[in-house]
Write a protein that binds this ligand. Sequence first.
Ligand code: NDP
Length: 310
Amino acid sequence: MAEHRKLIIIGSGPAGYTAAIYAARADLNPLLLAGSQPGGQLMLTSEVENYPGYPEGVQGPKMMEDFRKQAERFNTTIVYEQAIEVDLLATPKRIKTDSNTYTADAVIIATGASAKWLGLESEQRLKGAGVSACAVCDGFFFKGQDVVVVGGGDTASEEALYLSKLCNKVYMLIRRDVMRASKIMQHRVKNTPNIQILWNTEVKEILGEKSVEGVLAFNNKTGEEFTLKVTGVFIAIGHKPNTDIFKGQLEMDEQGYIITKGKSTHTNIPGVFAAGDVQDKVYRQAVTAAGFGCMAALDAERWLSQQGLH
Ligand code: NDP
């Protein structure tokens, strides 16, 4: 028999844990499926300087540990399973994980987004052998060496700054002649002597058989190709929402972000709510994700009460 809950939360980033804190304090006794990357994207971050309440900054993993402890303190059941199949149109809603099946009256989806890749064969082949999407996880292996960071957003800037402290030289490959990153991050990157920005530059191929030996890059204005001799390539070009298992059931935009109604977290299916980066491609901050998590728990509690289920 499938275990039944009033509320199941899928995802364990700031949105999922905040939804759990609010739902648990409302006596909903939620079950939280932590997914394939417990703690979400902040587990791959170093210093978080913009989350209110931490005047000195905080390490991403430490912050998520605090979120988890707070959720557990109020009776959230956390299971380290990944949802692999859902039937959100059924009553009750059904969720199959890699090891169990659960049913729930209401579901909050907080599955976040994942790093995007360039899509090159060489990139796939050399993942873990010099190609990475996480400087904090892998930067140590490139101590004193030369590396490339691809992207011009805040993530790429953070990665480049982190690597600049470990590596000899960091080339930042930016495909336009402007950066998307916030002004303060641009300023920091531009004022770091061992970061060299290459404008209008893209990766044609990552070189090397068993491990990264270089990058074949090209200038998209002049067509000029050149090789950068590096041992590491860090891809930081944005994110894709983790919504594949909900396709065909939940309304999404063309990029796969779940569509919510008005200023709420209600989706097109009654009793299903979406919070955080899985439905927000504009703000995408830990603090906004946490805010959406709170909204989703309040929306879910009201909906369950209206249905006579709570
Ligand atoms: P962004 O979407 O902001 O930036 C992606 C970058 O990658 C852009 O420079 C983009 O170029 C480039 N890019 C995209 N696709 C390709 C491609 N195929 N080849 C080469 N370059 C490509 O993503 P981020 O992950 O940087 O940031 C996401 C959000 O998180 C933002 O809102 C950001 O502010 C926030 N954030 C905040 C941090 C902080 O406050 N400390 C830290 C990290 C993230 P183009 O501009 O041409 O599209």
